[in-house]
Design a protein around this ligand. Structure first.
Ligand code: NAD
Length: 360
């Protein structure tokens, strides 16, 4: 297969971690007989330095004409970087928001996996963490409370603020389909999270998800109220496979789920539109404090590249090979500084990338 990838290394540790993910992609392509054509694009601070803006129209077009985008991360130190002297719409992060919008990315995927080798970093009690967990939080990204009408006004001399939570059935249906498709590639379980005992938008959510479920008889659907889900994530996280939820609930729950894994350098993510196209990036930021020192953990980006193969190209065996290589490196005791523990072998960013690629 020929894969046309746009690559956005970005700022800070971005270029280092993307370089290591490309090693894994190249090795996988070689092993399974694929051809990858990369187009490197500038975004964020790197684009401001060259073009004066964090994202150009040409970059958007180039991203759109690729099959998928692999990204590092963008942004700098807000206190010291000249990028943050610019007006908000010209700062690095504005580029990412504009790109996500231009690409119509409405589904955000964040896997939260507890590797048994990294169990010590999990803040949960041992009897919970020893069961491990491997879940995918699927969050609607373009609707709901963050995009509804809002205003603050004085009513009878009292300041009053209103935010509106709007979803239509089409928005719910398209993300529900994605969630069922993705569950089909995993353990076949979707837990839809809402607040249907209170909110109309949640009642429509639940009804629509149930309708979509009829087309997926092999997938097991359950529903959970969001407050219960917040508790279950710390009480019994091993019960979850795919968690499907709306924008604000997903914002909060995905951060909660990632915190219980304990290590930011391990967290991959993807944002998808209604085709196979997706933007794949680590969940962490550009970590300017450690940039250029060969100490950043590249694993989140390597795992994002595996997601890219799985979800944009249906190359499941290839994605499995990358994930198995990551698992093997951890089993053999190699660690970057952020996940280091006693008795393990500490390696830098480039060496970690080499070790993973060699095991694919
Ligand atoms: P951050 O995630 O960059 O860093 C938080 C802490 O985690 C730091 O101590 C950092 O060294 C560490 N860390 C992050 N990734 C790591 C890795 N791969 N390996 C080892 N350690 C790692 O968050 P921040 O410091 O709040 O933000 C820095 C910049 O990143 C800001 O400009 C912010 O806007 C931007 N940011 C970008 C994205 C994105 O590109 N999607 C996401 C979040 C933050």
């Amino acid at each position: 297969m020929k894969l046309k990838l746009a690559v956005i290394p970005g700022d800070g540790i971005g270029p280092e971690i993307v370089r290591e993910a490309r090693k894994a992609l190249d090795k996988t392509a070689e092993k399974f007989g694929h051809e990858i054509e990369y187009t490197e694009l500038l975004m964020g601070g790197a684009s401001i330095d060259v073009h004066g803006v964090p994202l150009t129209d040409e970059t958007i077009q180039a991203a759109k004409s690729s099959d998928a985008v692999l990204m590092g991360s963008i942004g700098g130190n807000a206190a010291t970087s000249p990028w943050y002297q610019l007006p908000p719409d010209r700062r690095p992060e504005a580029g990412l928001l504009k790109l996500r919008k231009s690409l119509g990315l409405f589904a955000n995927l964040r896997p939260a996996i507890l590797y048994k080798e990294l169990r010590h970093a999990c803040p949960l009690r041992e009897e919970i963490s020893e069961k491990g967990f491997d879940m995918m939080i699927m969050r609607e990204l373009t609707g709901g409370l963050y995009f509804g009408e809002r205003r603050t006004e004085e009513i009878d001399g009292v300041l009053t603020a209103v935010d509106t939570l709007v979803y239509n059935e089409n928005e719910i249906r398209r993300i529900a389909k994605k969630a069922f498709d993705i569950a089909g590639k995993r353990r076949g379980k979707v837990c839809s999270v809402d607040k249907a005992n209170v909110l109309d938008s949640s009642r429509l959510w639940r009804k629509t998800v149930e309708e979509v479920a009829k087309d997926y008889p092999d997938i097991e659907l359950s529903h959970m109220l969001v407050d219960n889900c917040a508790m279950q994530l710390v009480k019994a996280p091993s019960q979850f496979d795919v968690i499907l939820t709306e924008n604000m609930f997903g914002d909060i729950l995905s951060d909660e789920a990632s915190m219980v894994t304990g290590s930011i350098g391990m967290l991959a993510s993807a944002s998808l539109n209604d085709t196979k196209f997706g933007l794949y990036e680590p969940s962490g930021g550009s970590a300017p404090d450690i940039a250029g020192q060969d100490i950043a953990n590249p694993i989140a980006t390597v795992l994002s590249a595996a997601m890219l193969l799985r979800y944009s190209f249906d190359l499941d065996r290839e994605a499995d090979a990358i994930e198995a290589a990551v698992q093997q490196v951890l089993t053999e005791g190699y660690r970057t500084g952020d996940i280091m523990s006693e008795g393990c072998t500490k390696v830098g960013t480039a060496e970690m990338g080499d070790l993973i690629a060699a095991r694919i």
